[in-house]
Design a protein around this ligand. Structure first.
Ligand SMILES: [Zn+2]
Length: 180
């Protein structure tokens, strides 16, 4: 951040009085511009023994597969966000079900929140940010072409739970692969 979004003056990175972390503070109007993690909301749309995956038409991970998910918007709830992203990315209508997975991804300042969902019909087609949508059985999941570790982990838990006959909530943290 270089300029204040309130008044257009330059900002400096410094620790405001009483705070513990550096923030972008406006040199002119003193507004503190906090930056906090962003939430990615989405779902696993289920249709009989298949789930709906989308192949990404955008970076990052262009051409790889993921579940419908994207940044939550102001003014919506997590499940409204999941519903909207599923409609935008796959033109798919779902009934959002129980919360299924939460992943902290501290090195990119994101939190993934994924629900299970019931696909209401099979009339799905790619949205603007999607190359291809497909209803896949477990044996068709392209495990080496899943876009994100959070989604890969969620799907492997999903099939494990399905085999055990009970879906449990999963929470985890994705560590920075470059740090290890
Ligand atoms: Zn300002």
């Amino acid at each position: 951040m270089k300029f204040c979004s309130d008044c257009g003056s330059p900002v400096s990175l410094r620790v405001p009085p009483g705070d513990t972390l550096p923030r972008y503070v406006c040199d002119n109007c003193s507004t503190i511009h906090y930056q906090n993690p962003r939430m990615v909301v989405g779902c696993i749309p289920e249709w009989e023994d298949r789930i709906l995956l989308c192949r990404r038409a955008i970076e990052p991970r262009h051409g790889l597969w993921t579940v419908p998910a994207g940044y939550m918007e102001n003014g919506e709830t997590t499940f409204q966000g999941a519903l909207r992203e599923t409609l935008e990315e796959a033109n798919a209508r779902v009934e959002v079900g129980p919360l299924y997975a939460l992943y902290n991804i501290p090195h990119i300042n994101q939190v993934y929140i994924l629900f299970r969902a019931r696909l209401l019909d099979r009339e799905v087609r790619p949205g603007a940010e999607t190359l291809e949508v497909r209803l896949m059985t477990e044996s068709e999941i392209p495990w080496d072409q899943i876009a994100f570790a959070s989604v890969r982990n969620t799907l492997s838990h999903y099939y494990e739970d399905r085999r055990n006959g009970e879906y449990k909530f999963h929470m985890g943290t994705i560590e920075n692969p470059k740090k290890a």
